[in-house]
Ligand binder design. Structure first.
Ligand code: ZN
Length: 281
């Protein structure tokens, strides 16, 4: 939604179906969502099965002749991560790597031009400006995350949304729940992670805006019982942006917030209010 808004400018009315705090893995379209899809001119979705429960509705819209595009379609298979045991299925959380996410901007630009050639110049201009901002964000992330001492580059989160982040910025990434929040973590998963926290002396773990804190709290309690103190390093935006009309409610703000919180909580250096001094206190 955020990319399409940035690239379309005022040439399109852009409606996002999933708002702040909504978990896309579990999201089922309502009847009014389906009506909106069927009355849209162009539909963009993430793809890679992120919106698992929307597949039928997207297929229905495509069958009805709508233009339906996955913004991840230009990503090379050699780039995509194929988690163990998921043959032929890729990790969908590509937006965690701003450099890769720039390819999604290309898809949106090209498809909008195809649909509305009269707006080409504007689409190109706005897409280029947005890509510049992504590049700036990526540079900031590389810099502040490199300030985290190497042994501390371990990111423990509620679910496995940060593998591309780990790949891009050199962090080891551990999610309590798997790639989709549909699978539940068991007692044994929690115990295994408590071992990791204690052995590696990890000082902070992170909660996510779209996932319940229960597992993270169990982890912290487990570590405390073994004499190791761990804090919540902050709430990260994993699968949804922050509230509408806020800086964190944009892609640029959400990633700034994540990167800044991670760097600061794990012993690195980053400005308290982020790259542009715009993060909420
Ligand atoms: Zn996810």
């Amino acid at each position: 939604t955020d990319i399409v808004r940035a690239v379309a400018g005022d040439r399109a009315e852009v409606v996002g179906l999933m708002g702040s705090g909504v978990d896309p893995h579990l999201y089922k379209p309502t009847r009014s969502d389906v009506e909106r899809l069927l009355s849209a001119d162009v539909i963009f979705y993430n793809g890679l099965l992120l919106e698992g429960k929307m597949t039928d509705s997207l297929v229905r819209a495509a069958t009805a002749g709508k233009k339906v595009f996955a913004v991840t379609e230009l990503l090379d298979e050699r780039y995509l991560l194929e988690p163990e045991g998921f043959h032929g299925l890729y990790d969908p959380h590509v937006w965690m790597d701003p450099a890769a996410w720039a390819k999604a901007v290309d898809v949106v630009r090209d498809k909008l031009i195809e649909y509305d050639p009269g707006g080409e110049a504007g689409y190109r201009e706005r897409a280029a400006a947005y890509a510049d901002q992504l590049a700036e964000l990526d540079r900031y992330a590389v810099e502040v995350l490199a300030s985290v001492p190497e042994p501390k580059r371990v990111l423990v989160t509620a679910h496995d949304a940060f593998n591309y982040f780990g790949q891009r910025f050199g962090f080891e990434v551990v999610g309590i729940q798997g790639l989709s929040t549909e699978s539940e973590a068991g007692v044994r998963d929690i115990e295994r992670l408590v071992d990791l926290l204690v052995e590696r002396e990890i000082q902070a773990v992170f909660v996510e805006s779209t996932v319940s804190e229960r597992n993270i709290n169990a982890l912290i309690a487990g570590a405390r019982a073994r004499g190791h103190s761990v804090v919540i390093g902050g709430e990260l935006y994993s699968d949804a942006m922050g509230d509408d009309e806020t800086y964190e409610g944009t892609y640029l703000g959400m990633i700034d917030r994540n990167v800044t919180a991670i760097a600061r909580a794990l012993g690195g250096e980053a400005p308290e209010r982020g790259r542009l001094g715009r993060l909420a206190e």
